[in-house]
Ligand binder design. Structure first.
Ligand code: CTP
Length: 403
């Protein structure tokens, strides 16, 4: 099962240079198991050919409302009734202005107007020059389109095809894919604020060396994605990792355990849930050398004095908000052996209602994992699956416990 299997997506393209990104998006949707029906405006066909979109979607493309291929000659009805969702990417300023007024003089706008409002979600991915984006007319139109039931997605920021720099770029295909996948996930954490720590920490010894660990951050990032998909507002405090920020997630980068401690504590007052997936260094060098430590020629490493780092999870679990039930804390226990005994002991030591055990060396850096959930009642094994699948399962478990 892929994320969009059995989903039928109508991908609409209106006129704009971002049409080139729609080709990659189409491919990504198909790869995730969706069937994709492309509908283009005449203007879109100036930017990318229907032939390209047909080859990528493996289906004939619709451009005209007078398309004789439909036996009843009602492409706008047939196409919109089959869809699990309609995504217009790019949605030009002109196309959105048209939709807002309920105008329907081309197939794409006609089909959007004819869609069953309560059954077929409409997502719009705006793409335009920064001045057009900032114009009060565009902003007004988007607010009204949202009020009329469309989901207007955000835009990217940066260099634009016109040579200017600012807001208005269409979201990247990977981001649009995440939005579409999220659309079909149950909104179990709607209105909740989720704080997640992820990745390793790096404890400097001197300006060029330090100690860290093998945590890749993948489990924490998967949880951030899953919580966002479930409708939560997610803040991800990440140690040094080379992972892309999941779309829609607020990320705070930190390096040391002390930085992570400060960042988590600063965010915790608003959080409903704290999930600690980070592999926080237990100790840091008591002193960080200002200059690189040099070999002294006697063959031995200079002695290092260590100082214990604060335990972020234990501290938050003991806080008044956690004790009163306003903040639900979940820990991760990375062990190398005797998982059950160590994870349960750790749960009690840290004072958390739920501890998720895993064998660290078997999962660090991998895309899958197997988990052991420990609570006051005992343990439950979750067999090996992708980290994203396990993250979605854990999000559902946390949501159930919040009730
Ligand atoms: N944790 C934390 N702050 C620390 C150490 C750990 O918040 N200074 C959190 C981790 O994010 C994880 C849980 O505590 O959710 C357990 O971390 P782990 O490294 O498995 O355990 P330790 O407490 O470090 O114990 P030990 O090294 O003895 O296994």
């Amino acid at each position: 099962m892929t994320d969009l299997s059995k989903k039928h997506i109508v991908l609409g393209l209106s006129g704009g240079i971002a049409c080139y990104k729609a080709a990659e998006l189409c491919r990504a949707l198909v790869k995730q198991g969706a069937t994709v029906q492309v509908v283009m405006t005449e203007a879109a066909a100036q930017f990318i050919t229907p032939v390209t979109m047909q080859a990528l979607s493996n289906r004939p493309v619709y451009v005209s409302q007078w398309d004789g291929r439909e036996p009843n000659n009602m492409a706008h009805i047939n196409l919109s009734r089959e869809a699990d969702a309609i995504l217009v990417a790019p949605a030009s300023a002109d196309f959105m202005a048209k939709l807002l007024h309920g105008r329907a003089d081309d197939l794409l706008s006609l089909m959007c107007l004819a869609r069953p409002l309560d059954k077929v979600p409409l997502l719009l991915a705006p793409a335009m020059n920064r001045e057009m984006w900032a114009h009060p007319a565009t902003q007004r139109n988007m607010a009204q389109l949202q009020a009329d039931g469309a989901q207007v997605l955000g835009v990217g920021q940066g260099e634009q095809a016109c040579g200017e720099t600012g807001d208005g770029r269409m979201l990247e295909p990977a981001e649009l894919l995440q939005e579409l996948v999220a659309l079909f996930q149950p909104k179990l954490l709607k209105g909740k604020q989720i704080l997640i720590s992820a990745g390793p920490t790096y404890e400097a010894l001197d300006p060029v060396r330090g100690i860290t660990n093998l945590s890749s951050g993948k489990m924490g990032f998967a949880l951030a994605s899953a919580a966002h998909e479930a409708g939560a507002q997610v803040t991800l405090v990440a140690g040094p990792v080379a992972l892309a920020t999941p779309h829609g997630v607020r990320r705070i980068d930190v390096r040391s355990a002390l930085d992570m401690h400060a960042a988590v504590m600063a965010q915790a007052a608003q959080a409903d849930v704290f999930i600690a997936t980070a592999a926080v260094a237990d100790w840091r060098p008591a002193q960080v050398a200002v200059e690189k430590i040099k070999k002294d020629g006697n063959g031995s490493m200079p002695a290092i004095q260590w100082q214990e780092n604060p335990d972020i999870l234990a501290e938050l679990a003991a806080s008044p908000r956690a004790q009163s039930g306003a903040l639900f804390c979940v820990g991760f226990a990375a062990e190398s052996h005797d998982l059950q005994a160590h994870a349960q002991a750790k749960r009690l030591r840290k004072g958390v209602p739920l501890m998720v055990g895993n064998i660290g060396p078997a999962t660090f850096g991998a895309d899958d994992n197997a988990l052991l959930l420990m609570d006051a009642q005992g343990s439950t094994e979750w067999p090996r699956a992708t980290k994203l699948a396990l993250a979605r399962q854990l999000v559902a478990e946390v949501a159930r416990r919040l009730k």
